[in-house]
Design a binder for this molecule. Structure first.
Ligand code: TXA
Ligand code: MG
Length: 352
């Protein structure tokens, strides 16, 4: 089994520089390196090397028809991997890059189909995280990077989470501390006639529409999915984020939600199951269960987004069998938070 080193990349400039040089060399040799970004940790490989894409799919245990996002560090890099840059893309780029927004373009022949999962389009993102940007520059400028979790598990918001999932599979994890946002980037498809939101994230639909007018939303986002659905972002069709225990979203009037969750937990306890509740700071004292965890304050939706994946991972460590969560339909990030929760819950929703 390969040794996986975890190296901290902050504080010491000279050490950081030699770390980036080493990481860049690994990428050029076709190896993989896990890196921090502002959204979640990424599992990076050379986006222009078909063999690297294959390695990424292998390390994640991910189906190879699920395309990878190409990460760049300079705007000048965009031209050579795309066939055209529509005007609306230019507007979004000016407003939101570098940052947590991924745009889909028609791809140029420079991008191998292994990277795009066989598609004729390419997803591109320019992270704002300093370590990510330096790493991309040191690695030749075009980095394919899915979230660094093993396929199906919650995305990683710390280097420790990456180590849990990638130990023995990759040579190097660059530790940049806990990420700032905690949910993956917003994805907008600009390769067709009308802009379409494929995955909600930190940059909300409203903010996008303020800049470019109408934006469609892919039906899979709302969580309505069946066997025959073909979401435009292939990754949205896969089971994702799910803890080992059974997770249910309980929604409705807050008082009724509290009563319902407490009585469901009591039933679970009687069956000998270990119960857990995901609440908010405002309601954390209202529940009786083996484990009660707050995701954050409803006054601070960014805290909820930042904690979500970590708390879902903790549920496995805690051995939770039955997990009930409140709904988090907050103003800006609610759509992104609920999109992840609905998939983590395998669409199990209790209305009361
Ligand atoms: O914040 C993020 O975007 C993180 C960090 C590491 O940058 N990356 C990330 O990558 O979330 P990943 O691979 O876990 O999710 C990429 C999503 C998948 O659902 C995939 O199907 C979709 O983007 N995607 C990639 N290329 C696409 C394309 N050409 N057309 C449609 N969807 C695409
Ligand atoms: Mg992912």
């Amino acid at each position: 089994m390969m040794e996986t080193r975890v190296i901290r990349a902050w504080g010491d400039e000279e050490r950081d520089r030699s770390l980036m040089e080493e990481a860049g060399r690994l990428i050029r040799e076709g190896e993989l390196v896990a890196i921090p970004t502002e959204t979640v940790y990424g599992l990076a490989g050379d986006a222009l090397n078909p063999a690297s894409a294959k390695k990424i799919y292998e390390a994640k245990g991910r189906p190879s028809d699920n395309p990878l996002i190409v990460h760049i560090a300079e705007l000048d890099s965009l031209g050579s991997i795309t066939r055209e840059i529509p005007e609306k893309a230019e507007i979004l780029i000016r407003e939101f890059w570098p940052g947590p927004l991924t745009l889909i373009f028609k791809k140029s022949s420079a991008v191998p189909r292994e990277t795009t999962g066989g598609l004729d389009t390419v997803a591109v993102r320019m992270p704002v995280n300093r370590i990510a940007a330096e790493f991309i520059r040191a690695s030749g400028g075009y980095i394919a990077a899915p979230s660094a979790n093993a396929s199906g598990r919650p995305s990683c918001t710390t280097a420790e989470h990456v180590y849990e999932d990638m130990k023995g599979k990759i040579p190097l994890i660059i530790d940049g501390g806990e990420v700032g946002i905690g949910l993956e980037s917003t994805i907008v498809d600009l390769s067709g006639d009308r802009p379409c939101l494929l995955r909600p994230g930190y940059i909300s639909l409203n903010r996008l529409m303020e800049k470019i007018g109408e934006v469609d939303t892919d039906p899979s986002i709302e969580g309505v999915m069946d066997e025959n659905a073909h979401p435009k972002a292939p990754g949205m069709k896969y089971k994702h984020y799910a803890p080992k225990g059974e997770l249910y979203i309980v929604k409705g009037d807050p008082d009724r939600v509290r009563e319902r969750i407490n009585s469901l937990c009591l039933e679970g306890t009687k069956k000998g199951l270990r119960t857990a509740v995901l609440s908010s700071d405002e309601t954390v004292n209202d529940y009786r269960a083996d484990i009660v965890r707050s995701l954050g304050s409803r006054q601070d939706e960014e805290s909820i987004a930042r904690n979500l994946f970590k708390v879902l991972r903790d549920m496995d460590d805690e051995g939770a069998d039955l997990i009930y969560t409140e709904e988090f339909n907050t103003a800006d990030m609610g759509m992104a938070i609920m999109n992840r929760l609905i998939r983590a819950a395998g669409h199990r929703i209790i209305e009361c």
